[in-house]
Design a protein around this ligand. Structure first.
Ligand SMILES: Nc1nc2c(c(=O)[nH]1)N[C@H]1C(S)=C(S)[C@@H](COP(=O)(O)OP(=O)(O)OC[C@H]3O[C@@H](n4cnc5c(=O)[nH]c(N)nc54)[C@H](O)[C@@H]3O)O[C@H]1N2
Ligand SMILES: Nc1nc2c(c(=O)[nH]1)N[C@H]1C(S)=C(S)[C@@H](COP(=O)(O)OP(=O)(O)OC[C@H]3O[C@@H](n4cnc5c(=O)[nH]c(N)nc54)[C@H](O)[C@@H]3O)O[C@H]1N2
Ligand SMILES: [Mo]
Length: 758
């Protein structure tokens, strides 16, 4: 049978984790660190005195002092700590035109950037320049832009609180609230949706809640790949006999079975712990239908129980004391009929009732979710329906229960907390102004989609990227590339070369920075930075490795350098702030009262938790209540369900967003390639296609991803999946959630067509 498989395809039958994960780490160390690897870095990850893992935002067990093994964390660390270098010689050898032909993998694999660079049109090369000159050129270009709202300040979520805080200060002193950031493409549906529901756009649970919970739902996320340390938590939950209910169109091995590399018995006996107790392969975009179905089953069971003299399944005391809107919600649920719910969700009524029963039989329920819920045209509504479901049984603000959005980048949540937002509130701006003696602009700014549109339309003239690779991460890369090539200034602050760096504007500058793993030495000595994880825990991170090059500056120092050059006359003493990051933290505390005693509290092992009102049933909404929010209908794909197929875009096991570590996707059984489409076997038969056929993927307005190998895979009917970012060309810039601006990367209407013979 295996002989008939397409090249590089072999079903994976093992558990997640285990020896495969250990082997993958050994390979990552060998390939990235070379013959005599400096593996000290790996032993400092998430240690009380070490650096925060740049891999993901899953929290660390309190006072962790033993090394928490994580395959993909190790890949992230070795990728940064590699001895490979992209130095001036490299750029002398390769023109931008040549580099543009390189793959995204090859660009980053070439190594760490060592010196500031400016594009030289005469030679079509990046040439080294001094830091002073780089800042002077950026400052001059920024001052030449006639309106500050024509500058865009992008942030990717690895940036520390300290760097992000200085960055927002720079942009606001310059005069704009244009803060496109990776959050706009990620959990914006959470940041927009949850405040309306429960008064805060963050998760309400802590790690301890997982020790008390009676049921966990995992919806639209793939922890085996994207939050591997979470599998340790899920393993403990499963071993306590607590049900784990999965909702995902694809069967993901990391949600089914886990062999814990930290459990010697499991490793030696090749045994593993089952995770999911029920696995619902929802149709892509069918989550809201499922949630409404679960609420319908719950409300019906409640009515039956009450009629029989029982106490009912709804938490009436909680609903009465803490919420508004229950009657409208009930009316909407009553108006939604089962056939529509079944058709949209792709799940049977019996299956949905089963999930609802598990839900109401548990006293305390945690719901975890990821991009499978947020990256849809109705992402915000999805999140709010989930909040409705939890509120019906008082599952927010009690021990062992709550909502748990899995954040992406390791500090994406913190960046938002310290002011990276295009929609600042007046109280925040007032405090910022008072703290620095400045006058911030009040007009709201651009998010990520609006930024690309403004560049495309010739309005935006300058761009600074504090990390990230926006032109590749965003929908419609061709439109993004053209947009970047129109502007006057493209500044990329980064650790490695990527495609967005190669988009040549009138002035293009690359500023190489220190990474998390590296020693950050300033006037007052070695510095720590701080980050906030998915559970609002703030803790310190200190790198110890020798910097990749003496030519690197820290992100705070780079931001300060740009600020001094672009807006020379300000009341801010940038040098003093950079000399000692404690001073930046004092300022953060002045602007955000939740950071009281910041410098003291962050020095305690494990750090501290920021206030999350909803965790204590304090609802920071205008009326002080939690809200049931109604979105009539379940037409989550806007009537596009005549389209035979909906495509979702996912991460492989060997990538970090646009950073491709390798071409393998171990748990999905694919190796050495990424040009595949996962489809349901019955759908293939219905289309007259077979496992291994070469197809073109066709989306609206002539968008096409040519010559992909289609694979029969365990995925819901009507649903297909491809890899991000290769499939981004199928998604129009205009395909996004109107409420939050999140691109609908996970619900792209497409058709498959057999490709012409090569
Ligand atoms: N190693 C590694 N770690 C990472 C990242 C990485 O790229 N690599 N990225 C980081 C970032 S920025 C983020 S945001 C997170 C992302 O973490 P995830 O949210 O886990 O990211 P995705 O790979 O996009 O996977 C989404 C999951 O949703 C499922 N899905 C797709 N469509 C639907 C749908 O309509 N409904 C439901 N219920 N499920 C659906 C997919 O099958 C897949 O299992 O991970 C972070 N951690
Ligand atoms: N189709 C599709 N598109 C998506 C998604 C999807 O699921 N499907 N997911 C979206 C999501 S959730 C996100 S978060 C975005 C990601 O969008 P981004 O955050 O913009 O992209 P990354 O790939 O994480 O950025 C990688 C680059 O960051 C730089 N870098 C790495 N470490 C550091 C550092 O410490 N400091 C600095 N300054 N730079 C550093 C490196 O140069 C590297 O090339 O993509 C989005 N795009
Ligand atoms: Mo993300």
């Amino acid at each position: 049978m295996a002989d008939d498989e397409p090249v590089g395809v072999k079903p994976y039958t093992g558990p997640a984790g285990g020896w495969g994960a250990l082997r993958a780490v050994a390979r990552a160390v060998r390939e990235q660190m070379g013959a005599s690897p400096d593996t000290r870095a790996l032993l400092q990850v998430n240690q009380p005195d070490g650096f925060d893992c740049p891999g993901c935002a899953w929290p660390d067990p309190k006072h962790s002092s033993s090394f928490e093994f994580c395959e993909n964390g190790a890949k992230a660390v070795t990728w940064e700590a590699t001895p490979k270098r992209v130095d001036p010689d490299f750029f002398a050898k390769h023109s931008v035109e040549t580099l543009w032909q390189w793959s995204d993998y090859d660009l980053e694999d070439a190594g760490r950037l060592t010196d500031p660079l400016a594009y030289d049109p005469a030679s079509d090369r990046f040439v080294p320049i001094a830091w002073d000159e780089a800042f002077a050129r950026i400052g001059a270009a920024m001052r030449a832009i006639d309106d500050p709202d024509r500058m865009e300040f992008y942030t990717s979520g690895r940036t520390s609180n300290e760097a992000a805080f200085l960055y927002q200060l720079l942009a606001r002193i310059y005069g704009t609230n244009n803060f496109p950031d990776c959050s706009n493409m990620c959990h914006e549906a959470t940041s927009t949706g949850l405040p309306q529901s429960i008064g805060v756009g963050k998760g309400t649970v802590t790690l301890e809640d997982f020790e008390l919970t009676d049921a966990v739902f995992c919806i639209g996320h793939n922890p085996g790949t994207n939050h591997p340390r979470m599998l340790g938590t899920l393993r403990e939950v499963s071993r306590r006999g607590v049900p784990i209910i999965v909702v995902n169109p694809m069967r993901e091995r990391g949600l089914e079975r886990f062999q814990d590399p930290q459990a010697p018995v499991e490793m030696m006996t090749l045994s593993s712990t089952p995770l999911a107790s029920a696995y619902h392969q929802v149709r892509i975009g069918g989550d809201a239908a499922l949630f409404k179905g679960m609420m319908k089953a719950l409300i019906e069971a409640d009515a039956t129980d009450i009629a029989a003299g029982g106490p009912g399944m709804l938490d009436r005391a909680f609903i009465a004391e803490h919420t508004v809107g229950i009657e409208d919600l009930k009316a909407d649920i009553a108006a939604t009929d089962w056939p529509a719910i079944e058709r949209k969700s792709g799940l049977t009524r019996a299956a949905i009732e089963g999930a609802a029963r598990t839900y109401w039989q548990a006293d305390r329920v945690i719901v975890c979710y990821g991009m499978g819920l947020t990256q849809h045209r109705h992402g915000t509504e999805n999140v709010q329906q989930l909040a409705n479901l939890l509120l019906l049984r008082g599952n927010i603000g009690k021990a062992g229960a709550g909502i748990c959005p899995l954040r992406g980048h390791s500090n994406v949540q913190g960046d938002r907390t310290v002011g990276i937002t295009e929609l600042p509130t007046e109280p925040f701006l007032a405090r910022l102004d008072a703290a620095f003696g400045i006058t911030s602009p009040r007009k709201h700014g651009h998010n990520s989609v609006e930024t690309i549109a403004a560049m495309r339309d010739g309005y935006a003239k300058g761009f600074i990227g504090l990390g990230g690779n926006l032109a590749v991460a965003m929908s419609d890369p061709a439109a993004c590339f053209a947009a970047f090539r129109k502007i006057d200034l493209n500044v990329q602050i980064c650790t490695k070369l990527n495609r967005t760096c190669l988009l040549i504007a009138r002035e293009s500058i690359i500023l190489p920075c220190l990474g998390r793993t590296e020693l950050d030495m300033q006037e007052s000595g070695p510095q720590s930075v701080t980050v906030e994880d998915s559970m609002s825990m703030v803790h310190a991170s200190r790198g110890k490795l020798k910097p990749a090059s003496p030519g690197l500056l820290s992100e705070p120092a780079i931001v300060a350098g740009i600020a001094k050059a672009a807006v020379p006359d300000t009341p801010v003493d940038w040098d003093a702030l950079v000399a000692d990051y404690d001073r930046i933290r004092d300022k953060i505390e002045e602007v955000f009262p939740d950071f009281r005693d910041f410098n003291t509290r962050v020095r305690a092992p494990g750090g501290f938790r920021l206030r999350v009102g909803a965790s204590n049933r304090e609802w920071d909404t205008p009326d002080g209540k939690a809200h049931f929010l109604v979105h009539p209908g379940i037409d989550e794909d806007d009537g596009r369900d005549d389209t035979p197929l909906t495509l979702t875009t996912v991460r492989s096991h060997d990538q970090y967003n646009t950073t491709i570590y390798g071409l393998n996707d171990r748990y999905r059984g694919v190796s050495g390639r990424r040009d595949v489409i996962f489809a349901n076997a019955d759908d293939l038969t219905a289309m007259g296609l077979a496992h291994g056929d070469i197809v073109d993927v066709i989306a609206g307005s002539g968008r096409m991803l040519a010559r992909q190998t289609v694979l029969a895979h365990a995925i819901a009917r009507g649903s297909v999946a491809a890899y991000y970012p290769e499939a981004n060309g199928l998604i129009a810039l205009d395909d996004y959630d109107r409420r939050s601006g999140t691109p609908s990367y996970k619900s792209v209407p497409i058709t498959l067509r057999r490709a012409a013979a090569a």
